[in-house]
Design a protein around this ligand. Structure first.
Ligand code: CO
Ligand code: CO
Ligand code: CO
Length: 313
């Protein structure tokens, strides 16, 4: 077992639920290192590449950094048409370019099911690293993308999704968390994470645990993509919803009037979701004003309290 004292330059990285590893180079620069890749979540190869890239870079933004350098991680079936491979790679490359980063190669192996993603290196000032451990009682919680892409892409796989719902989910997943990260760093916030496979409740519980606080969400303030609630009513949940519920339910308390499908929706994995930001209450208005001025969508969805676990009211 490695001990943190043995690696004084490693600022973040030896705990399971950290978004990325952070390594201090000197007093001005720390390197953020992360990787993520997954099978196709949508039909269009270009969109798949762009989503996988946005998702991989998101952990850099969750730590408050900028993506600098990326490498492709590819597993493709040998018989996958080369035009499709080219479209996936173009989607990833254009997303990295949009982020101001450099895509500098990668590695491909044969795989029955396609997989694509990035290894990403980012920079952050060592004194400005944001983790899940900094939330304080009294902080407001701000979310920067709506919820629901996970259940919409599951409905898509099941062949029952409305094309309009899918289109909005794809746009949301392709969107970079870069602007939100920059603006929150300008204001100065206490903690941040991004909402991905462990869903809103799982990632929030990681914040609650690491920060030693209780988190309260207000159901009526939670933003959902159009269609998500309907698919939940029809119980079109992916397997990940159940796994997340089994794992996190002991820490979550729901108000008695919240129906089971809504509870399950909050346990449903997201892909390339938004940032969940804990901001001191006195800076909330400054942050939301900056977001509004720059066209960054955002919702204030809850608050941090003394205690432990999560409550949804
Ligand atoms: Co993350
Ligand atoms: Co990740
Ligand atoms: Co190689």
């Amino acid at each position: 077992m490695f001990r943190a004292e043995e690696f004084p330059s490693l600022l973040v990285g030896l705990e399971v639920s950290d978004d990325a590893a952070v390594y201090k180079i000197n007093d001005e620069i720390a390197v953020i290192q992360t990787l993520d890749f997954f099978p196709p979540v949508v039909d269009d190869p270009y969109d798949y590449g762009a989503i996988a890239a946005a998702n991989a870079m998101s952990d850099v933004y969750a730590m408050g950094g900028e993506a600098v350098l990326a490498l492709n991680i590819c597993g493709f079936p040998p018989d996958l048409p080369s035009e499709i491979v080219a479209e996936i790679l173009r989607g990833g490359a254009e997303k990295v370019a949009e982020a101001g980063g450099i895509l500098a190669g990668g590695h491909t192996l044969d795989d029955k099911e396609p997989k694509y993603g990035l290894a990403v290196m980012g920079f952050v000032h060592p004194d400005r690293v944001l983790t899940k451990a900094g939330a304080r009682p009294g902080d407001a919680l701000v979310l920067t993308k709506p919820l629901g892409v996970g259940i919409i892409t599951t409905a898509l796989k099941g062949g029952v999704a409305d094309p309009g719902h899918v289109e909005a989910a794809v746009e949301s997943m392709k969107k970079l968390n870069r602007l939100a990260a920059r603006l929150m760093q300008r204001v100065g916030v206490n903690a941040c994470t991004d909402i991905t496979g462990f869903a809103l409740l799982g990632h929030a519980q990681e914040v609650a645990e690491k920060s030693g606080v209780r988190i309260r969400f207000y159901l009526e303030k939670l933003p959902f993509l159009e269609g998500a609630k309907g698919y939940a009513e029809n119980w079109l949940f992916p397997g990940g919803s159940c796994r997340n519920q089994e794992h996190y339910a002991p820490h979550v308390h729901f108000a008695s009037d919240i129906p089971e499908d809504m509870q399950m929706l909050l346990y449903t994995p997201e892909t390339s979701g938004g940032l969940l930001i804990a901001v001191p209450f006195e800076k909330l208005e400054e942050l939301t004003n900056l977001f509004a001025a720059d066209g960054q969508e955002h919702w204030t969805i809850g608050e941090v309290m003394e205690g432990e676990g999560i409550e949804v009211v």
